[in-house]
Structure formats: C-alpha cells, structure tokens
Design a protein around this ligand. Structure first.
Ligand SMILES: *[C@@H]1O[C@H](CO)[C@@H](O)[C@H](O)[C@H]1NC(C)=O
Length: 463
C-alpha cells in the first residue's frame, strides 16, 4: 500500500491561487494518498481543511479532532502520524480515497508567530464500466473520471499493460475519456487510464471480465489430433455460466462417428467441450460450437487438423515413414524421435532427424519401438503422431508385408519355370541323340542286309 501511495500520489508544483503555490496530487480512487505539507512547526497546532470544512486538527494541547466526513464507522480515514510531526512534516495521510474527496486542501500552521498555509489540489481518478461483467457481443463502455477535472488534461487508455488498440481500428479512441466497444473475451483484463496534466501523470485501473467462450479464446484456432487417438474439441464458457441451446456443428458435413458432445455429469454446465474417441483422417475440418447466454448467441469456430504416418517400402527393403497432415500451413518443421521403453517402463526419447520423411532399413531389430513425428510451428510444438513397430520372432512386422512376399514368390516361380524349361530341353536333346544313334544303327543293318541280298541275286544269276 505504501508503494501505491508513492506511485499514485504524484506531486507537481504550479503557480495559481494568487501568490500561493498549489501542489497537484493525483490519486487513484480506493487507494491511499499523502497530501504534502512541510510545516517546520515548533508549535503543535495544525489544521487541515478541505473547501472550508475541517478535515483534521490538532490543538496546542495535542488534542486531535476529525471532521465528520473523515471518520469511517468510528475509524479515522485521515491522520498525521506523530513521528513525522515531530520532524516538522505535517503531511496528511488519507486511506481509501473516494471520488468526492477531490478538491483543494489547506494545511495551516504557526511558524515564528506567523500563520502559514500550504495548498494541495487532490484529483481523484476513477475507472468505471457500464457493466462490470458484460457478455460478449454486448456494448460496453469504459469511463475515466478525474475529480475535479483539470483543464487541458489528456488521457490514454491501456489494457493489460499495453496501449489499448480499439477493435474498430480507430486508435484515437484510446485518447477519449469514454471508450465504447463491443464486448469480447479479449477485452477482459486490467483497464488503466493514464491522465497527463502539466507534466504530471496520474493513473487508475479497474478489472473488466467479459463473459463468453473463454477457450478457444478466438475464432479459427487450429487443433491438432493424431489418427487412431482420441481428441478434445474445447468449448469452455466463463465459469458459472449455464449456456442454453448448446450445439456442435461441422459445416462441411455430418459429425464424425466417434464424436460425442454429451457432457458427463462430472463436467460443469459451462464446459461444452466435445470428444472424438477415435480420430480418422477424414475428421479434419471446421467445427463450430454455440450456445446462448443472457440472450446473446455465442459461438466459436475452430479447425481440426489430423496427422498420420504414411509408410511405403521400396524394392531395396527401405521403409519410408512420412509425417502427413491434412493442413500444413502452420507447420514450420518436422522432427522424428525414437521412443523405447526401459525395463521399468520409463520412455527413452532419442531424437533421430529433422525432416518430414524418415528412411529406415527394414528387418533389423533396432526398428522396434515408437517412431514419433513431432511437428512444430515457428512458435513451438504443435503435436505429434506415432508409428509403432512391435517386436516379433524372426523378421519384424515391417518385413512381412504382402508386397514383399508376392515379389519373392513371383521370382521363385519364374526361376522354377525356367529350370523346368531347361531340364525339359536337355531331356529332349538327349532323346533326339539316342534316336539318331538308333536310326544310324538300323541303317547299317538295313544296308548290310541289302548288300547280302544283292550278292545272293548275283550268285543265282551266275548259276
Ligand atoms: C506426443 O504428444 C503427447 C500428447 O500431447 C505427449 O504426451 C507425448 O509426450 C508426445 N510424445 C513425444 C515423443 O513427443
């Protein structure tokens, strides 16, 4: 609170009110403030007045009196602490400053037999809203009041410690005493009005809570899910709200089969999040959740992007795992990691490579485990998708793909056919050769016989 006094009880000097110097003090309403008065008084008689009414007074005897307005349920809102009075400091401490406390304060004391006065102008800054917790879509106005209002002062609005930029794009709005906006969840937070006047700055803040759909906080947030896994589509209203006519909608077609929006009894009425029990690649797209609060229709549009691992095997038995997403517009890079589990079940994550596609040799036991593709935006991790390889006796699951079997069988049969053909050819060749031999043998016999027959005829002719 002391810090607040120092921060908000800012002081400046200016020459007004004739020959008297007037100190300007800005204070935020409901804070503490110190009105300065250096009295150097040897005499303990001091009076603080505001607009002619006594605020606090101390007599020579040391008796203290309070003005009625400055007593709050019997307790004093103003005081001049004794230790500081002894040091010649008659500053007035005010607790819980109110808007109507603003005005000209006069500190009077006696110094060397002369009556002296000091003037302090207290200006109380108050931030207020037309409604403290409006529902998104309603009109809401933010007001900055200074009491009393200084002539020629300027104002600047801030929201959550940065200069407020109006959604309507008119930035001069930030320099108006009253700002009107259409309420949205993004206007929730600490509104600060900074008042500048004659080189002096004062400020006040107040919290605004806009009710509506808090999560996702805006439209078109992208959600990532992996094929075969469960996913949540968030739709969380402000705590305490009971939206009516709640619904989920997929503009491009029917809701997926594994979609469930019925909230279990354990979930509060303001949580209308939906669940996809088993995500498939086709579930991607735009989803919209809606509900009615205080007559205002609220809705959120979000995009579901689904990731899967594509797998292909080349003829050299190289397996390629590719990270595939239904929308890659936010993705800046991919990373593959290999996750194995030690006997105690602790996962061991080993980064393997950057890039979308991972090549691995098929059939060795090192491939066992989870191959996880992580995808990142420029800001950070978006999600991951896992391809699991289960250990088996003999070759891995990967090596027993139907494509490999067929090619193997095909080449074997080709070989077999070739072999059969060759053997057949050889056999036929052998057959032919034996036949030739038989024929030539027969020929000799026939030839010999005919010779004999010729000789016989000749003999008979001679006889
Ligand atoms: C994958 O994402 C899930 C859920 O976000 C997370 O629990 C898990 O640790 C991630 N795995 C890896 C290897 O990054």
């Amino acid at each position: 609170m002391l810090v607040e006094c120092l921060v908000f009880g800012l002081i400046s000097w200016s020459m007004t009110e004739g020959r008297h110097e007037v100190q300007q003090v800005f204070a935020e309403s409901n804070s503490k403030v110190v009105l300065p008065c250096v009295c150097n008084a040897s005499s303990p008689a001091i009076t603080w007045k505001r607009n002619q009414g006594t605020v606090w007074r101390q007599e020579k005897s040391g008796m203290q009196f309070w003005g009625y307005k400055w007593l709050q349920r019997g307790a004093q809102r103003v005081r001049c602490p004794h230790p500081q009075l002894d040091r010649g400091d008659c500053s007035l401490h005010i607790n819980d400053v109110r808007e109507d406390d603003g005005g000209m304060f006069v500190c009077s004391f006696n110094s060397g037999g002369q009556s002296e006065t000091r003037l302090v102008m207290l200006r109380v800054i108050t931030v207020s809203f037309s409604s403290v917790s409006p529902v998104a879509g309603m009109k809401v106005s933010m007001r900055c009041d200074v009491s009393p209002q200084p002539v020629g002062a300027s104002v600047q609005w801030g929201l959550n410690n940065s200069t407020f930029v109006s959604t309507s794009g008119e930035n001069p709005k930030a320099a108006q005493w009253t700002v009107e906006e259409t309420a949205s969840v993004s206007l929730t937070g600490k509104w600060t009005c900074v008042v500048a006047h004659q080189g002096l700055e004062g400020r006040a803040s107040a919290d605004l809570t806009v009710k509506g759909i808090l999560h996702p906080s805006r439209d078109d947030v992208v959600m990532y899910a992996a094929v075969g896994r469960a996913a949540t589509l968030p739709c969380v209203f402000s705590p305490g709200l009971s939206p009516s006519e709640t619904s989920w909608h997929k503009p491009s077609g029917p809701l997926p089969p594994s979609f469930s929006s019925s909230s279990p009894a354990s979930k509060p009425a303001w949580d209308q999040s939906a669940r996809l029990g088993n995500v498939s690649f086709e579930d991607e797209g735009i989803y919209r959740c809606a509900g009615v609060v205080g007559g205002q229709s609220l809705s959120r549009r979000m995009q579901l992007v689904v990731a899967k691992v594509g797998r292909s095997v080349s003829w050299r038995k190289t397996v390629a795992l590719t990270c595939q997403l239904t929308d890659t517009s936010e993705v800046a890079r991919y990373q593959w990691v290999h996750v194995t589990f030690d006997p105690s079940g602790t996962p061991l994550v080993e980064p393997i490579q950057e890039g979308k596609t991972l090549y691995m040799t098929n059939g060795n036991d090192e491939g066992v485990g989870d191959w996880v593709c992580r995808f990142y935006s420029k800001e950070g991790l978006l999600g991951n998708v896992t391809h699991r390889i289960i250990p088996q006796n003999g070759p891995l699951t990967e090596s027993t793909s139907p494509f490999n079997n067929t090619s193997m069988a095909l080449s074997l049969s080709v070989l077999l056919v070739l072999l059969v053909l060759i053997v057949g050819q050889l056999y036929r060749h052998q057959q032919w050769r034996t036949q030739i031999f038989h024929f030539s043998a027969l020929e000799t016999i026939l030839h010999a016989r005919s010779n004999e027959r010729d000789k016989g005829q000749k003999c008979q002719e001679k006889k």
